[in-house]
Design a protein around this ligand. Structure first.
Ligand SMILES: [Zn+2]
Ligand SMILES: [Zn+2]
Length: 318
């Protein structure tokens, strides 16, 4: 009995130790520390610069949505996940305009450096226009897709690829509208945050500002699309270290993420956007009920790369 208790406490402390190690991000600034915050949100630190993706940190319950409660950012939750507002964020990348990808952008103004930009589709720029200063907003023109764009004081370059959005259920794509001009009224209810063009991001962390030498390359796709839509057209021979891929609706489109994994051949596959975001997800996430995780993590879905894939946990670094 005594031995069993000893063994149990040893195992527990080992688990807690591992968890703390995994949760805490590396402090080596020469490598990107990529912290997953849930849904499409990543918090990336590299060489003293900081990038965020798909800012959304505050749940709205199905009851609140059904009872026409306007969406309100939860500032204490934002502080819990992002830390204190300290003007440290150099750029925010937004994959599409739905509220679970963009609705907290106006609420994180205090986190932005003086020259920070919110980089998105034109449609999402128009959604944000009434809530943010225009010099903050960079909606990408068609010609800018497929081109490198340098951000974060030259330490990072990004390439946007237009993508698509899997239907959420029953073949229906909710709130797809693409805005082509700034709105008179800012979005109030979650359904005002419409999709617009979807964007996937290839992100290179560079050895020196504006250098061509790549320390690490990652790919971020925050909504599922049928292969080969959304795949970057790149043949420079640089390996992709990690892909961060939306799990939600993965089997509502063809050959996702199978085709992408075969083509990009990443070292690691991290699934994001799997949490039930109608309730708080940061500390104790529940899964969206429609996701078949066995199928998602199977070798057939993962192009025989199941050993390299994992489900991202909010708060952990990858
Ligand atoms: Zn969406
Ligand atoms: Zn989403």
């Amino acid at each position: 009995m005594k031995h069993n208790l000893l063994l149990l406490s040893l195992l527990l402390s080992l688990c807690l130790f591992n968890q703390a190690q995994a949760y805490n991000c590396p402090i080596d600034a020469t490598k990107p520390a990529i912290r997953y915050l849930g849904v499409g949100a990543l918090d990336i630190h590299y060489q003293g610069t900081r990038l965020l993706t798909d800012p959304f940190y505050s749940p709205q319950s199905l009851w609140e949505i059904a009872s026409f409660t306007p969406y309100t950012p939860n500032h204490s939750q934002i502080k819990t996940v992002l830390g204190s507002a300290n003007q440290s964020v150099n750029a925010v990348l937004i994959g599409h305009g739905h509220y679970d990808h963009a609705a907290d952008a106006p609420a994180i103004k205090e986190y932005l450096t003086d020259h920070a930009q919110i980089i998105s589709s034109k449609s999402t720029q128009f959604l944000l226009a009434s809530k943010m200063q225009s010099n903050r907003l960079k909606g990408l023109n068609k010609e800018e897709f497929g081109q490198w764009l340098t951000i974060a004081n030259g330490w990072v370059r990004i390439m946007a690829t237009p993508s698509e959005h899997a239907p959420q259920a029953l073949g229906i794509n909710l709130f797809p509208h693409n805005h082509d001009h700034a709105l008179e009224d800012s979005p109030k209810y979650v359904w005002h945050w419409t999709q617009g063009t979807n964007i996937n991001w290839l992100v290179d962390f560079l050895a020196a500002p504006n250098s061509e030498a790549v320390v690490e390359r990652i790919f971020i796709q925050t909504s599922a699309s049928a292969f080969p839509v959304g795949i970057p057209d790149i043949q420079d021979g640089i390996d992709i270290n990690k892909v961060f891929l939306a799990a939600a609706s993965f089997d509502h489109v063809d050959d996702y993420p199978t085709g992408l994994i075969k083509q990009l051949d990443p070292k690691k596959i991290i699934f994001i956007h799997w949490e039930n975001f109608f309730k708080p997800w940061f500390n104790q996430p529940d899964a969206l009920s429609l996701i078949d995780f066995d199928k998602l993590m199977s070798n057939s879905t993962l192009a025989n790369r199941a050993k390299d894939a994992l489900i991202g946990q909010p708060g952990f670094c990858y």
